[in-house]
Design a protein around this ligand. Sequence first.
Ligand code: SF4
Ligand code: SF4
Length: 279
Amino acid sequence: MIINQDKCVACGNCVAVCPMSAIYVDPVKNRANINDEACVECGTCFRGMSTENLNPTITRSIRKIAKTFRFRFEPEPDVCPTSAIEMNELEMPRLIRQIFSDPVVEHKSTGIKGRGTEEVKTNDVRLRVDTDEVGYTIEFGRPGVGVKFSDIEVMTKTFARIGVKFEKNNPVTHLLADETTGEIRKDILDEKILSAIVEIKTDINMVEKVLSTVREVNLQIDTVTAIGISTRCDDNGEDLVLSNLLEKLGYPNFRAKTNMGLGRITNTIDLTKKEGQIK
Ligand code: SF4
Ligand code: SF4
């Protein structure tokens, strides 16, 4: 993202819009600018503001005169009065920032707009995580915090060492240079994004190990993490294994979400096993 220095009139409206506090008004140049290191190319400043096409030179002059007479000539707070914010062509590795941070940009690897896979929401019909298995989503970063791929790599390398399975269609998995070591492509390690989700799966015996790993690694990296954990309910719609285990490990839990299988029916083998069910 860039701010066209010929157009900007330094009204400062865009400063509050940026979730990464990457925009500042340079008091010497009297123009807004973007800190490229902090900007994650999320597009919020570009899309989130209305634009007007006021003439920058005239607008600056009016603002200057207005200041002399101690009154203000300010645009509405959600407007860039001179359409000075411009989206520039990005190339790899910087492009990866936009792919992970701009919600309207599709991940080419998964074909999904968003950071994870849709299967995690349709497990009842896709059977990615079975009754004796546990699926995890480990989310890195938040608006205002962000995350670098080098920090995500600390987690993926540790996961690879303890022997978890990375979800094949997850966008971060597609960026692993080597799934057996958890190494991420070197060219993107320095890139910062708004957030990302690593999706993994283990058998039920590894829950304690995975949770303690996330806890330990979280203390070593410069971001915040949140973990989601899921399993498949038994035939009675109950989860008597994972919830009990989590309670034992000191994680009081309640059922946060039940997916009712409103997706494609792909587990026909399972369904035909049962009398009276769809064939
Ligand atoms: S693209 Fe996003 S992070 Fe970059 S300056 Fe605009 S709002 Fe801030
Ligand atoms: S809103 Fe537009 S004119 Fe105002 S400071 Fe930002 S880029 Fe410059």
